[in-house]
Design a protein around this ligand. Sequence first.
Ligand SMILES: Cc1cc2nc3c(=O)[nH]c(=O)nc-3n(C[C@H](O)[C@H](O)[C@H](O)COP(=O)(O)OP(=O)(O)OC[C@H]3O[C@@H](n4cnc5c(N)ncnc54)[C@H](O)[C@@H]3O)c2cc1C
Length: 462
Amino acid sequence: MKKYHCDIAVIGAGIVGIATAYYLKQLKPDVSVVLIDPVEPMSFTSAQSGENYRNWWPHPVMTSFTDHSIDLMQEIALKTTNRINMMRRGYLLCSRASTIDNLLEALQFGYSQAEAGAEFIRVHNASDNVAYQAPHLPDWQSAPDGVDILQGAPLVQRHFAGVSEDINVLVHIRRAGSIDSHSFGQYMLQCYKDAGGERLVNAVDSISNTGSGFVINVNDTVENASRVSITATQLVNAAGPYLNDIAAMFGETLPVHNILQQKIAFEDVHQAISRTLPFCIDLDPQQIDWTNDERDVLAGSSEYRWLTEIMPGAIHCRPDGGDNGKWVKLGWAFNDRPSSVQRNPELLDAFPEIVIRGAARMHPSLKQYYNSLPRAHRHYGGYYTMTEENWPLVGAMQTEGAFVVGAMSGFGTMAACAGGELCARGVLGLPLPDYAAALSPARYGDAALMSELASLSAKGVL
Ligand SMILES: Cc1cc2nc3c(=O)[nH]c(=O)nc-3n(C[C@H](O)[C@H](O)[C@H](O)COP(=O)(O)OP(=O)(O)OC[C@H]3O[C@@H](n4cnc5c(N)ncnc54)[C@H](O)[C@@H]3O)c2cc1C
């Protein structure tokens, strides 16, 4: 058996494990780190990301956390002359609501720690003279901050003519957009390797806790005969949907579950979606636009009847591939049933038609694609690994020397930098930011925080 020693073993080379390894070497270059994963880096959940980012959350702790992550992504964008293709046209939250009081209250709470005070949230209606800066350019450096609320269908149509005429309110989150997550992960991985970080292409299959560290046994996937044993003083569990399999190896359980979510991407051959449209989210629940015949058939099937009932809001759509691209991405995280994890999850065959119909309510031009998705399309999916409250788990586990960074649900790409940096700081014993305790496993001992989170009506799942 081959033997190997390192200071810190990071298990999992998804975007979150890579970011953690990157910050470990950035913060303490002389520490020895090994990043272990049997598959290509970022080829599991991280390959399924919609690649969107936002600083909008229903709670100021998550707003601060993702704001900091965006700061760190911007640093990388600057260092690489934007090799990570960071764009910032914002998120457009659309609703048919006639009043915005509840929305305003939620925004004010979520952004309660924002610096710019009252001017941070700007409400516009058809008669006001305050300029609304439309997102004509993708550039992240010139885009405004804060939130613009467009009130009234005429104003909405003036700026976003393609959206359905019944949309009465648009909330435009300005610090939001998209990045190329593959280049982003590759950049951090390359820096990690350049700094002397090592990679092992193996699966961890058992861990023993020696009291002063860990013995991690990995399965050599190439030659089963030659097994490798790693001794590490500290370990980081960054195994994504397999967080609990790793935790179980040293007798712990984490409060996370996995929910399969799906997306489609397709070539917009009819140019139905404007290339300058921000990431659009239809907040309102809906009944999918089936014909009467289709509805009758679905309603008569015990397997598919649910498709005729009221579906939750938050279907989303955005142009993909930049201003000169041709593709569009659609997603709808309506599934709320936890499942066991498979390397190649079974997708719902009907999902592409469901999501096209659902998105056509907000973008009627998508009706051209009913029952005729272009030949060039991709249907894909992966797991949202999440806690009940949809906050990540970053920090020390109960076992001395073991840390977790994960449960990043539908926000792991945008939160990888702040999550990785936070975990690395904890491992290295460096000072922690204000939000550290609230995001760590220790929060379950904070009854007041947990009861506050249980009382929130929105969890920020998109
Ligand atoms: C459909 C979909 C859309 C999404 N859209 C967005 C978005 O727009 N924006 C955003 O910010 N986030 C988005 N996300 C979320 C984001 O993709 C995830 O939160 C993130 O990729 C999780 O990264 P991870 O590194 O924790 O997990 P993973 O990428 O799953 O990496 C975990 C790694 O651990 C390895 N591993 C597991 N077991 C072992 C073992 N025993 N030994 C060694 N290695 C092991 C696995 O092989 C894997 O490579 C989306 C997710 C999905 C599913």
